[in-house]
Write a protein that binds this ligand. Structure first.
Ligand code: URA
Ligand code: CA
Length: 432
């Protein structure tokens, strides 16, 4: 088999066989096929697309390029939730204990944040003592005993994806549905769960800026998952404005605690229920989505979800008293208000810009090596659709520096107040 022939085949719009896709990915991972040929292949895929079968083959070839996590020692149906990334997206912190409280095993491998998007591990590490550096054995034991554990990214998972993604980044081929879908799904499948619920975000703060693009990506990922034997479904949700009201690590832990008590922001609660009911249903704990949702509401009402969060914190070395006493979480030195400059209705809160403002305070990383400040961030006092009076606070800035003029300026640029606003949509579609 010669790589040049495969490039020509794809360039001319023909379908690659399973063997050809395996040859490409194995050869590239080993270093036998050079970057320039794979660049040309990526560009051919970008223009000619891939069939469902090719997409599934590409995904499995990337899964098989490295280690995979074996969760078979964990009893029950393991359901993973994956978000394509957003600003103030507190859902994992809420969903993990919420679903585990229904005896559904949550074996979560998570990452750190980069750029304007936050990472679940950083958020959890704002709880004093909490750590994710646990062995695979400990991870499996915790999930079997307590139904919940979070581990940092370990092992050499999907090395082909790492190499391909870096190459796509510098050859203008990131934005290709078959390449994005196989990249994300390969990582999820290598992480070992039986079923996958995807939260595909759309809007300014998301990778997919339009609902149409988000739907196309969601369909592509759901189809890959189902074709390789993992039950998969997707929720398409809004990320034009940040989710909930808290953006920042310890602030989002506090927001999650409120949500687990049933006192969280409406949009966060609604999205957690939309994702959670799919997880409960895929785990076959409920006969219908309605029943699944009722079960989730019940563990919020009766306090079991909050108890599960405490248990989870304790198991991983954290101080569970933060749940009843959030003052024990890291706190910023200065609280600075951002007053509205006119009367009106909040018409826009541009998610990625607000995420960038939080990053400037130190809540997120500009580069992989940046240190983050777990205490700082933003609390939104108004969301899209809320009326506001001149002088009223739009945002409370939690900072560890006194001068935040740069952040204020950025926030004013990303918040639009108008005479009226369209009602925000939270969930656009469900793809199964
Ligand atoms: N995120 C990924 O993990 N892969 C892509 O290709 C794009 C976004
Ligand atoms: Ca939030």
């Amino acid at each position: 088999m010669r790589m040049v022939d495969l490039i020509a085949k794809k360039r001319d719009g023909k379908e690659l066989t399973t063997e050809e896709i395996n040859f490409l990915i194995e050869g590239y991972t080993k270093g036998d096929i050079p970057d320039y040929q794979v660049s040309a292949m990526n560009m051919a895929i970008y223009f000619q697309d891939m069939s469902d079968r090719e997409r599934a083959d590409l995904t499995m070839a990337m899964v098989n390029s490295g280690e995979t996590i074996d969760l078979s020692a964990i009893e029950g149906i393991k359901v993973d939730k994956h978000s394509t990334g957003g600003v103030g997206d507190t859902t994992t912190l809420v969903l993990a204990p919420l679903v585990a409280a229904l005896d559904i095993p949550v074996a979560k491998m998570s990452g750190r944040g980069l750029g304007h998007t936050g990472g679940t591990i950083d958020k959890l590490e704002s709880i004093p003592g909490f750590h994710v550096e646990i062995s695979k054995e400990e991870f499996v034991n915790l999930v079997n005993q307590h139904k919940i554990a979070v581990i940092g990214q370990t092992g050499n998972l999907t090395p082909a994806d790492k190499k391909l993604y870096a190459l796509r980044d510098v050859t203008a081929t990131v934005n290709s549905i078959p390449l994005i879908a196989s990249s994300i799904m390969s990582k999820k499948i290598a992480a070992g769960s039986d079923a996958i619920v995807l939260d595909v975000k759309t809007g300014a703060g998301a990778f997919m800026k339009t609902v149409e693009d988000a739907k196309e990506l969601a369909h592509a990922m759901v189809s890959i998952g189902n074709n390789v034997g993992r039950k998969t479904m997707a929720v398409i949700s809004d990320m034009s404005q940040p989710l909930g009201v808290a953006i920042g690590n310890s602030l989002e832990v506090q927001e999650a605690i409120l949500a687990l008590r049933g006192e969280g922001p409406k949009d966060l609660e609604e999205l957690c229920l939309a994702l959670g009911r799919q997880m409960v249903y895929l785990a076959r704990k409920a006969e219908s989505l309605e029943e699944a949702e009722e079960m989730l509401r019940e563990v919020i009402r009766n306090g079991k979800a909050l108890e599960k969060f405490k248990e989870f914190i304790q198991n991983q070395g954290g101080d569970p008293s933060v749940v009843d006493d959030p003052d024990r979480l890291p706190k910023a030195k200065y609280l600075i208000e951002l007053p509205a400059q006119r009367d009106g209705v909040v018409a826009e809160l541009v998610a990625d810009e607000i995420g960038t403002a939080a990053m400037w305070l130190g809540a997120g990383r500009a580069t992989k090596e940046s240190e983050i400040d777990l205490a700082v961030g933003l609390m939104l006092n108004k969301k899209v659709g809320d009326p506001v009076k001149k002088g009223e606070s739009l945002v409370t800035i939690h900072a560890n520096r006194e001068d935040v003029e740069d952040v204020k300026q950025k926030l004013y640029e990303s918040i639009r107040i108008d005479d009226h606003a369209d009602a925000p949509v939270l969930v656009y579609d469900i793809v199964t």
